[in-house]
Write a protein that binds this ligand. Structure first.
Ligand SMILES: Cc1cc2nc3c(=O)[nH]c(=O)nc-3n(C[C@H](O)[C@H](O)[C@H](O)COP(=O)(O)OP(=O)(O)OC[C@H]3O[C@@H](n4cnc5c(N)ncnc54)[C@H](O)[C@@H]3O)c2cc1C
Ligand code: SF4
Length: 330
């Protein structure tokens, strides 16, 4: 049985106290729902002495507010977002992504903030200390080599959060609080291509909220995920699309892909598709571009060539569905 290493759990009762605790205890980590950080602590993936538990901030950070834009608190649970009527109306792809996160118990404990800040995953790191020790460890923790990319100097563990591609495609921004104050930044600037630390979040910063711009609500949205077991599994691949369609013509299109590399990413260079018909040709073109820009690695235990081949299938399916719902509504 794997046990939790000794850690002191700090229990702030406000955001101000939480960021103060993070600053006061270098190396401390945030504990939200604990569905990912607790198993990782048991695997010996972190050396932290202190956890800053967010439960006492639930009143402050668990909200869904429609005030022009849609504002979501970081402590909304994944299950709450999967069922919330406002989310289903304004951001149906987010509700869909949430309904496909893990299994029911984990969705009830897991939070949106924890999902966006989820640690990256790799078949060589999400293992017991004993297992990793036998292999000789790796760059992400305790070692000097990468087992995925021979000679690689950068960890390429996969961003495996299901809400990230949807929120990227919908143009979300996030709110971050630290002892120095508050800052807001586009989610597209939050992630880094580094599997060891794949966000710009500093050690004393807390992600407190997410804002979805109101222009996202009218977009045709879709989320799709490939996973080994439909009942409970991390994504082997996920994608989200947001299409603005007027009278059968595309006004704007965003396509985001996750679970392939350390950074969930927007597919680049789609602006020239604005003005095209929302039809099978567009779906085919988006599928082709996504396939070209994505090169999965052996970072998770599912064949990378297969994951790459499934990507255009999911893109085509979601774009055609979006075009069909737009046509039905007009
Ligand atoms: C068996 C299993 C299957 C899973 N399947 C999926 C899946 O299919 N899709 C998926 O997306 N996830 C999956 N997960 C991961 C996890 O359950 C979810 O991502 C969940 O939403 C994480 O939220 P949490 O509140 O539990 O995060 P925690 O475990 O509490 O935290 C996760 C990380 O985020 C940091 N953090 C948390 N909140 C904040 C904050 N507000 N500000 C700054 N840092 C913060 C923590 O320090 C930690 O590093 C799975 C987990 C398990 C165990
Ligand atoms: S990608 Fe390489 S460095 Fe990163 S966790 Fe996997 S084996 Fe370790």
């Amino acid at each position: 049985m794997m046990t939790l290493p000794p850690v002191e759990v700090l229990r702030p009762s406000s955001v101000a106290e939480a960021v103060e605790a993070l600053q006061k205890h270098p190396g401390s980590r945030v504990l939200a729902g604990g569905t990912d950080i607790v198993p990782n602590l048991k695997y010996g993936m972190y050396d932290t002495q202190h956890l800053v538990a967010l439960r006492g901030l639930s009143k402050e950070l668990r909200y869904v507010r429609l005030q022009n834009d849609l504002h979501l608190g970081a402590l909304c649970t994944i299950d709450q977002l999967a069922h919330d009527e406002t989310i289903r109306r304004c951001a149906p792809a987010l509700a869909e992504a949430c309904s496909q996160v893990a299994g029911p118990q984990l969705r009830r404990m897991g939070t949106l903030g924890g999902n966006l800040c989820l640690d990256t995953r790799c078949v060589y790191i999400n293992q017991s200390y004993f297992w990793r020790n036998a292999l000789g460890f790796c760059l992400k923790k305790d070692g000097t080599v990468c087992h995925v990319v021979a000679g690689g100097q950068r960890c390429v563990a996969a961003a495996s959060n299901d809400t990230a591609p949807v929120l990227l495609a919908l143009g979300a921004t996030i709110k971050i609080v630290s002892p120095r104050g508050e800052r807001e930044l586009p989610l597209r600037d939050f992630y880094l291509a580094d599997g060891i630390h794949n966000t710009v979040l500093r050690p004393d910063e807390l992600l407190t909220g997410i804002r979805l711009p109101k222009d996202a609500f009218a977009k045709r949205q879709g989320f799709a995920k490939l996973r080994t077991r439909a009942a409970i599994d991390f994504p082997s691949l996920n994608m989200a699309v947001a299409l603005e369609i007027e009278k059968g013509t595309v006004k704007s299109v965003s396509l985001a892909v996750g679970a392939l590399a350390a950074r969930p990413a927007l597919i680049k260079g789609l602006d020239d598709l604005n003005g095209q018909k929302a039809d099978a040709r567009l779906a085919e073109e988006l599928a082709r571009r996504a396939h070209k820009q994505c090169k999965p690695l052996t970072n998770i235990g599912v064949d990378p060539d297969w994951r790459r081949d499934v990507l255009p299938v999911l893109v085509r399916r979601m774009v055609l569905r979006a075009a069909a719902t737009a046509a039905a509504a007009s």
